[in-house]
Design a protein around this ligand. Structure first.
Ligand code: NAD
Length: 330
């Protein structure tokens, strides 16, 4: 199949080329993201392969459909950036990578917690400058703390197990409870109870109309003073302006985010010589107790291998008319 890849970086080319056995598919890598303006590039291709910040809305779908695209292959798990209804109405199939090394994201959430808590990033910089003072680097023991997990699917479940391993009391909120996690000691609560009781809250649910801005002024007001909030899921789960207010009052004591609602204009690019025009992220960056990473929760070699293999298999299954086990049905 002739596949047009969008939003590609060096690692996409490296892994997809390596796992494209016997050059099964004909791969073309575009660096630009897929949106209404770039959709004309799909002329002559059979499939597009897209990532988290490509904008596959009704207009984009109209153009790629006219260009002969038959299948949209997401090389990620989340699919909130695709207009499923529009794709269905034009008979386009959509496949994704529902699970790839969930540990990669769960472990990154843990890294955010440990860094914010034990301030290793600050200690590293101090020592490099010959400053061996430990003043103001006080952390807290994770053992015995209450961790609230919102969304206990593949990533949330992996994260729960890590937190249990640290000796934390793990609470969870999900529309579907896991018997396995309950057996391991996770206690399911309603959302308000979880918000009220947790020292650390970590978000692992998908972005849907129900979860959009699930963290807002109202939910923040129910949290413990000085709560640690972690988001490695999707940026729009948090109303960033409300989080800023929470940080200013001290209600939120620590914020660790790998995702940001307006990340499409920022993330995956080197903007170090540019003026950042987004005042919200600039304000967030300015807090001493906020840690931001640029959507790299998924970024381990194990995950990249699985993403490439599963995506290429999804495309082969489509080409061979096989049933699509990773199809997203609207
Ligand atoms: P999953 O589908 O296995 O689990 C999602 C869980 O959320 C499910 O248990 C589901 O029941 C629950 N859920 C759905 N709606 C809910 C609601 N309204 N309230 C509470 N819980 C709800 O997905 P996953 O593989 O664990 O991934 C979770 C999310 O992580 C993805 O949707 C994606 O947005 C994000 N993600 C981020 C990265 C990264 O690099 N930072 C990488 C992969 C995935």
């Amino acid at each position: 199949m002739k596949v047009a890849f969008f939003s590609t970086k060096s690692y996409d080319k490296e892994y997809f080329t390596r796992f494209n056995d016997a050059n099964l598919h004909d791969l073309t890598f575009f660096e630009v993201s897929l949106n209404e303006q770039t959709a004309s590039l799909t002329a002559g291709f059979d499939a597009v392969c897209v990532f988290v910040n490509d904008k596959i809305d009704e207009d984009t779908i109209g153009i790629i459909n006219k260009n002969g695209i038959k299948v949209i292959a997401l090389r990620c798990a989340g699919f909130n950036n695709v207009d499923l209804k529009a794709a269905k109405s034009r008979n386009l199939s959509i496949v994704r990578v529902p699970a790839y090394s969930p540990e990669s994201v769960a472990e990154h959430a843990t890294a955010l917690i440990l860094t914010l808590n034990r301030k290793t990033h600050k200690a590293y910089n101090r020592v490099r400058e010959g400053n061996f003072s430990i003043e103001n680097l006080t952390g807290f023991n994770l053992s015995g703390k209450t961790v609230g997990v919102i969304g206990t699917g593949l990533i949330g479940a992996s994260f729960c197990k890590i937190m249990l391993g640290f000796g934390c009391n793990v609470l969870a909120y999900d529309i579907q409870e896991s018997a396995d996690l309950k057996a391991k000691g996770v206690q399911y609560k309603n959302l308000d109870e979880l918000l009220t009781l947790s020292d650390i809250i970590s978000l692992h649910c998908p972005l849907t109309p129900e979860t959009a801005h699930i963290i807002n002024t109202n939910s923040i007001s129910k949290m413990k003073n000085g709560v640690m909030l972690i988001n490695t899921s999707r940026g729009a789960l948090i109303e960033a302006q409300d989080a800023i207010e929470g940080l200013k009052t001290g209600k939120i004591g620590y914020l660790g985010i790998d995702v940001y609602e307006q990340e499409a204009d920022l993330f995956f690019q080197d903007l170090s010589e540019s003026v950042i025009l987004d005042d919200v992220i600039s304000r967030l960056i300015s807090f001493p107790n906020v840690l931001i990473t640029g959507h790299l929760g998924f970024f381990t070699k194990e995950a990249l291998e699985e993403i490439a293999t599963i995506t290429l298999n999804n495309l082969a299954d489509f080409e061979n008319g096989l049933s699509l086990k990773n199809e997203i049905k609207s």
